[in-house]
Design a protein around this ligand. Structure first.
Ligand SMILES: [Zn+2]
Length: 475
């Protein structure tokens, strides 16, 4: 580290020190523009130089193919695993013991892209929440540290994986470094996983384990391919990041599908509410960036580590650059007709990766400072009315201030209006018909932190068939 950076870090640490006294003091702090000071500090402290250093270090291991060397200190996925583990431990030092780091190892049996049983290791850093009622609520941010060249089972070729996905891994590590010293109500997990290119194996293991243990993962972000700003289409875009969210939940039940076909909701999954939350919060704190909401689970013919979470009912989104360059993904390093192929660090825009990390961090911090999203939210359908009756369960967190009802026209992509209805558990929107708008409810705490919106489930009659199964029309 250069002396100037050390000085800057010391200053930042000194400035941030009073905010560490306790969570209450910290969260009371808003700056003159009404922005949360902790989030503003985090945004400022994220440093593209650290991200560049991480990307180059990961590339220096030659290959990070999941089938590559496990025990060579210089080359292969094992060297990358150990380096990352040590770096997360360093990041944890400023947390006062609240951040713990573990290697979550498991033996992956033979599957399509794993020719023989292989040990995979997720590197997991957990920053424990400080509010007793919220500490069991978990937010996961992840990148995959494995890489591949043309063939996913070629463990020998050089596979730098600078963009796919050292960029995402570096963003996660930088967030851990910066956020470790701050306190959040809820718990944040910073994770680097292998086996993505082998079939999302590391993420699947983590998600399945979380499901078995009934861990309350309230949101998951995967950062995958977040560093290229000059697309194969010749378009340069340094200010936009895509956030992919599914519409119809991957784990939707037949009963939920029936309701959705009747009264809509295909644009209102928990993951889509999460995506809207990200756009609203990130663009407030990271003004130089635009969040492009993509209303689909992932790109055509592609997948990512958010999918195993979605399949198990955890809200999740994917962050990816806007214009991809396929000559620099999953390619053996070579020059053909004067064109360079391969996922090399010279094609990564480190300042852009840092901005994507800021978008992530602003959203994560906003989630973990806010109360839980309302549970048990219902839209009452028993009476035919031009009003809209909503009810929900009381949030038991000690700093809850109340709730907001949000709404939008049914053709609007994002929430457009909100009304603070106070600390109540039901509310009637007079003169606004549930048939004409979409409604939602969010929690708000005493410091003005707002949760993700919960989209209500109908309670009562949702379709004519509820009364007369053979009838499909109603007056
Ligand atoms: Zn990837």
């Amino acid at each position: 580290m250069k002396p100037i950076n050390l000085l800057a870090l010391t200053l930042v640490t000194l400035l941030a020190a009073p905010l560490q006294l306790n969570a209450q003091t910290q969260r009371r702090s808003r700056n003159s523009t009404g922005r949360n000071r902790v989030i503003a500090n985090i945004i400022r402290e994220i440093d593209a130089k650290n991200i560049e250093r991480t990307v180059r270090q990961l590339v220096s291991f030659g290959s990070r193919n999941t089938l590559s060397e496990q025990n060579d200190p210089k080359r292969g996925i094992g060297a990358a695993r150990d380096w990352l583990y040590a770096e997360f431990l360093k990041a944890a030092e400023s947390s006062g013991g609240r951040m713990t780091v573990e290697k979550q190892s498991f033996e992956q049996p033979k599957v399509d892209r794993i020719p023989q049983p292989t040990v995979l290791t997720n590197v997991v850093a957990t920053l424990k929440g400080t509010q007793p009622e919220a500490a069991e609520r978990v937010y996961v941010v992840s990148g995959h540290y494995d890489s591949m060249c043309n063939s996913p089972t070629d463990a020998k070729c050089d596979a730098p994986g600078a963009n796919d996905d050292a960029s995402g891994t570096a963003a996660v590590l930088e967030m851990a470094r910066v956020m470790a010293k701050y306190q959040f109500d809820a718990t944040i997990v910073f994770m680097a996983v292998p086996g993505e290119e082998q079939g999302l194996l590391g993420a699947t293991h983590y998600a399945e384990n979380a499901k078995q243990k009934a861990i309350n993962i309230d949101a998951m972000f995967t950062n995958d391919i977040i560093g290229n700003t000059l697309g194969g289409n010749g378009v340069r875009d340094r200010v936009t990041v895509r956030v992919f969210s599914e519409g119809v939940p991957s784990n939707e039940t037949p009963a939920e599908a029936t309701t959705r076909r009747s009264v809509g909701g295909e644009n209102d999954s928990a993951s889509r509410q999460l995506a809207r939350f990200i756009k609203e919060n990130a663009e407030k704190y990271v003004a130089q960036m635009k969040v492009m909401l993509i209303y689909r689970r992932d790109r055509y013919g592609r997948g990512g580590d958010h999918i195993p979470f979605l399949e198990r009912g955890f809200p999740a989104v994917r962050f990816t650059e806007v214009n991809e360059e396929f000559k620099h993904q999953h390619q053996n390093i070579r020059v053909e007709d004067g064109v360079q192929y391969g996922d090399l660090p010279e094609f990564v825009d480190f300042a852009y990766v840092a901005n994507v990390a800021r978008v992530n961090a602003a959203s994560l911090a906003a989630l973990a400072l806010a109360p839980a999203r309302p549970k048990g939210v219902n839209i009452l359908t028993a009476r035919l009315s031009n009003d809209t009756d909503l009810k929900w369960d009381a949030n038991k967190e000690s700093d809850i201030a109340g709730y907001e009802v949000v709404w939008r026209e049914t053709t609007s992509p994002v929430w457009t209006d909100s009304k603070n209805v106070g600390n109540v558990t039901s509310y009637t929107m007079k003169g606004m018909s549930k048939d004409n708008y979409f409604f939602g409810v969010r929690s708000i705490d005493k410091d003005g932190n707002r949760s993700v919106v919960t989209y209500p489930k109908p309670l009562g009659r949702t379709r004519p068939a509820d009364r007369a199964p053979s009838t499909t029309t109603s007056p």
